[in-house]
Design a protein around this ligand. Structure first.
Ligand code: ARG
Length: 298
């Protein structure tokens, strides 16, 4: 396997995972959840990242917060600056402070969000801009708040299909999601500092589709077949892409583009409406500090 660029991830074991409320079309309280299976799948995902050379830290799960496994929603970290989550639904509200506390305890500079936003579920770093979803969860006002916090351009993208309620269910940043320029001597896949994305166009409003077409003319367009198994809820380190194994066409298209694909089954976590990316919060250090912090965190 080719070496990728080491990443720093935060995850939360699905110890208390279940479906006890319904806040997206994937959730159905009548189907029983196999929590031990969810835990086994989550462990496999965590181990896959570690095998790829990434540092994975974990936040303690909280009883009564079944969706806390979806770490991507817990915050967004760019240049070491943590923008807290503020959830739409009261059922998930306590997750925001739980994640923020982890970051504060670990010495990060934190910013308590004023506006509703569901972390990396809707805020995706793509090169030096942040792509931001809205329509179901994250408020547009949070896009402006995040732009001011990080001093980065935030590009608003409206989501229109309730099955793809978070941006990370409709779009994957394949390259350029690390928040910094590629280091000298980086793998050829990273050279040029280019951004590469994949998305499912019908999940977006016509205006957002236009923005995406203009910004990413060479993007990989996913099919409905791949989108409905949450194939786009994938995690890329710029070289390897961890994805839902059922997204077969998507995986083949990724390989054609030069990525190495790793199918990791997260089917039990799909009962809550999430996949690999939902379970993974990326910690982006300030430029230059990355290696140092990675060293101290392991
Ligand atoms: N049940 C959770 C919700 O509806 C799933 C969150 C999935 N996370 C994500 N990053 N898309 O809020």
């Amino acid at each position: 396997m080719r070496p990728g660029q080491p990443r720093h991830y935060l995850m939360c074991r699905p110890t208390y995972f279940t479906v006890s409320y319904e806040i997206n079309p994937w959730m159905d309280r009548r189907t029983p959840v196999d929590t031990p299976l969810a835990v086994a799948q989550w462990e496999r995902l965590r181990d896959t990242y570690r095998d790829l050379g990434h540092v994975v830290e974990t936040v303690e799960p909280v009883a009564g917060l079944p969706d806390m496994v979806y770490a991507a929603n817990g915050a967004t970290v760019v240049d070491g600056l943590v923008y807290s989550a503020r959830f739409t639904h009261p059922e998930r509200a306590p997750e925001g402070p739980a994640y923020l506390k982890w970051f504060a305890d670990h010495g990060y500079v934190t910013h308590l969000a004023e506006h509703v936003n569901e972390g990396e579920g809707d805020l995706l770093v793509a090169g030096d801009v942040v792509l931001a979803g809205t329509g179901f969860r994250t408020d547009r006002a949070a896009h402006a708040e995040a732009a001011a916090l990080w001093g980065r351009e935030v590009v608003t993208l409206e989501l229109v299909d309730p099955r793809f309620y978070h941006l990370d269910t409709a779009l994957t940043v394949l390259r350029g999601n690390d928040g910094g320029a590629p280091p000298d001597g980086a793998h050829p896949a990273l050279a040029g500092g280019g951004v590469d994305v994949a998305y499912f166009p019908p999940a977006f409003s016509p205006a957002a589709q236009e923005v995406l077409r203009e910004r990413f003319p060479d993007a990989l367009l996913a099919t409905e077949e791949d989108a409905v198994v949450l194939g786009l809820n994938a995690v890329s380190d710029g070289t390897h892409v961890v994805h839902a194994p059922r997204a077969e066409r998507f995986a083949a298209a990724l390989r054609e583009r030069g990525y190495e694909t790793l199918g990791v089954d997260t089917s039990e976590l799909l009962r809550g409406g999430g996949g690999a990316k939902c379970c993974t919060l990326e910690i982006r250090e300030p430029a230059g500090a990355h290696a140092t912090h990675l060293g101290s965190a392991s």
